[in-house]
Design a protein around this ligand. Sequence first.
Ligand code: DX5
Ligand code: ZN
Length: 218
Amino acid sequence: MLKFAPSILTADLARLKEVVQEAEAAGVDWIHLDVMDGVFVPNLTFGPILVEAVRRVTSLPLDVHLMIVNPERYLEDFARAGADHITVHFEATYHPHRAVQRVKELGKKAGLAINPGTPLEAFEPLLPELDLALLMSVNPGFGGQKYIPTATGRLQRLRAMRDQLNPACLLVVDGGVNRDTVREVYQAGADVAVAGSALFNGRPVAENLKALKEVLYA
Ligand code: DX5
Ligand code: ZN
């Protein structure tokens, strides 16, 4: 079964508590929080203080996606704020292995993410240590972007790497997942789909989630 992790980036943050609790009631699996610093990506979102706020309103796993340079600086802060998973970008640190080790020392599930232009081989050295491998299917920074089709083949290859090196590692696909792409990413090997605009778009989350599952399991 594909898990769903709604990204609050496209949610109405003026109603953060309601939207998170609506998503939980609709049956999503995780809450995905996109942290952006305006340097690693051309957008600026929020820090640990928002993770703390979301922590207070849901018991779902908080899946923190750090799109920030030198994420090592903030791992303790996000762990303390209540993150359950912390995913760092391979491209954002000189020492991805050390960053992943530190997340695990903090007792959190550790993820590594790569951008659409980064060779899949970047996962290879770290896969044995990872709880999550996040494949970006859009260039990071914004919600509502179009799925990059090469992500499908990359997911298939990543699945083979994962099966060989660490069968317990979950494959997360992030970006442009909607009714047109959700079946494709699931069949290609995704265990978890991050979805922002497909779940938070003014229509009830439960309706959006049902629509995705209908396409998925049709
Ligand atoms: C983009 C973020 C994604 C994004 C997903 O940098 O990492 O999580 O919010 O939004 P959609 O599903 O609308 O592409
Ligand atoms: Zn994300």
